[in-house]
Design a protein around this ligand. Sequence first.
Ligand SMILES: [Zn+2]
Ligand SMILES: [Zn+2]
Length: 328
Amino acid sequence: MRVYFWGTRGSLPASITAETVRAKIIRALEAAKARAFKDRADIERFVDTELPFTVSRTFGSNTACIEIKDGDEYIICDAGTGLRDFGNHHMKLITQGLRRAGGSTFHIFMSHFHWDHIQGFPFFTPAYTPGNQVKIYGYHEKFEEFFTKQQSHPYFPVPLAAMNADIQFITLDPGKTVRISGFDVFGIEQQHPGVSYGFRFEKEGKSIVYSSDAEHKTNFNSPARDENYPFLGFFQDADLLIFDAQYDWNEAVQSKEDWGHSCYVAAVELAVKAKVKRLCLFHNEPTYTDEKLEALLEDTRNYLNIYNDRKPHPLIIDLAYDGQEIEI
Ligand SMILES: [Zn+2]
Ligand SMILES: [Zn+2]
């Protein structure tokens, strides 16, 4: 089972600018100055193993969309702009003869309907292909309306009704576990403006928790510090926890308190208490540069060392980037 990250930004897409690309090239050339490369493979090795991530890559631009890869049917969480790239990837598999046109099933689980989580859907090419099934699940009532409105005049030229796949909207009950495409799926209500939901997916002893757009406060009297905090059970022993850590600690406790997002302090504390095996920080702040995001990852790992001191619990920590794939 693998998880692929098609979109990892929060709030809105963050394009990489000409100035940023230029700065990366200058840093790469500086690093390569004293080197003589034998051939292209030698250059690729240098880029892949010697240049820092922030020079050779980027955390990415797309908004929230992840894929759980296990079996023929597709499992997706959220329909941010990453969904467009996922759809294009599926279309490419068809041209390569690895999939046939029509006849695919896409299960899309929606945390909530803020822009950054639905704006990829009108550009999701497989939804225009007859014979495909697109099943969209959510816990909010009548959420079909939100998709319909997004593709209504004057917001978008192509109405939802013009999408030729069999599109179904299925409202789930957050108190109930449902079996979908071999996964047991369970939801939890999260603190976020307008309410969002996290999803826990379990199959054959493996568990993945997708918990984006959720605020867990880190004040001393916060419920998140309570031993009976319901999220501890929701995250318990997860093989992978994808966790909204949009802000640095300063912003989370000061200027952006009550904006509905968390920081790495909450991520580490809850993941350690719930004995999570791997934590992936997600919903990256769009104004943060690659360097700032890398520094946040470093701070998170440092905080784990401090927090973990008395009760050591091995925890792998990543900060998600577009194109990342994690084997569970
Ligand atoms: Zn969001
Ligand atoms: Zn949101």
